[in-house]
Ligand binder design. Sequence first.
Ligand code: SAM
Length: 425
Amino acid sequence: MSEVSPPGAHHEVFTAWAKQQGVQVNAVGPANISGLGLGIIAQRRIEAGELLCDVPASVLLTINTIPEDFKKLHEGITVHGLLASFLAFGGPDTFKFSCWKNTWPSMQDFQESMPILWPSFMREPLDNHGNPHYTIGQREDLAFILPPAVAGRWAHDQMREFWKIRDTAPLYRQEKKLKADWDVVSRVFPLETLPVYTYYWLIVNTRSFYFEVSGSEVAQNHDDCMVLCPFVDYFNHSDHGCRVDFSEKGYTVTSDRMYDVGEQIFTSYGSHSNDFLLCEYGFILENNRYDCLPLDDFFSGKRINGNSKKSLEKAGYFGNYTLDSDGVCFRTQVAIRRQALNTYHWKKFMAGVDTEDEETRVAVVTLLHNRILLPYEREAEEALQHLEMTGNAIPPGAKATLITRWKQIRQMIQQALLVHEFRRR
Ligand SMILES: C[S@@+](CC[C@H](N)C(=O)[O-])C[C@H]1O[C@@H](n2cnc3c(N)ncnc32)[C@H](O)[C@@H]1O
């Protein structure tokens, strides 16, 4: 169990300020929780269904909080980028948030936890056009220690041509988004620096909530519905958590079960895999019922012939292949069988009719192992070996998280090998 200690003066000042602003807090308070930074704990026994926090809409930091003349300077920026610019360079208009800002993590905390800030040799640098300049044939061993679902690349030679998922990889998208926002902000504030902006951009990234700002009749783009919510941003994430509701009146958090005094109370940031949590929030869960590994890359490029791709597309089974603790998903099973079975047996399989004899079953399992599971397992082994060799070259927090993550990945693959009855020769 994590160690819990009092939060410190800044947090007491902030909590008093939040209450003055109209935030209602019932039976909970912030505390220092080892390994998680700040979090929320129960101050007495709490029953299921109790209202724990009620934050009026007037207290939220939304794009409507930002003065119009400041907004106008930032044409073309995202809501994320604008909120960050306001917090970083909004001057006296932001002074009222000072005691809230004092409760936030430091840049050093982010440097340990957020992959986007890890040393450049650990990830793909971007060229002047915002594209990664990864060149086949210029492999640097240490550049492959991020999980493929974060960095969008594979380490192993056999898999290097299948790095195309980088376009959809969270880290790549995040870097592009930050760069595009900074392009706007650096024109508005040419004397300001990227590290200062990046800090507030990451504050918004890790602490914002989904909220539809009132007054907008059109459905808002999901990415535009970002707000910061004082006090509720203390809650840490779990795959099961308290109910968080919003309406035009504001935000509420309601307990999902009974909590003992001193117990940490979580909300859920969504049904995210550990690789997503690592990239977007800088942590992974020990147990995560939503954890999975994407497998699309194994069916991209030259790995799949044109006819198989077409028939999978026609059947609605092309893409979105995953592996979780139960093994590979049904979509992956269908895709693998497209390559191992004739059309008659493949269609029967999709219809849920088992026509496979022992020989076919072995062919399918062999393909699954040789094409997907064993290369992925080798990937994990290599990453763990490289991580051992990094010494002090990477931040200790980053190293510890990556070792744990690659072990989780290896464990998931090994579990899948058992589920899919692999017999090693
Ligand atoms: C909304 S804030 C929660 C409060 C935060 N712990 C703090 O110190 O202010 C989100 C951040 O908390 C941390 N966090 C949230 N849930 C976590 C968890 N289950 N394990 C470890 N860190 C977590 C991550 O650093 C994440 O980016």
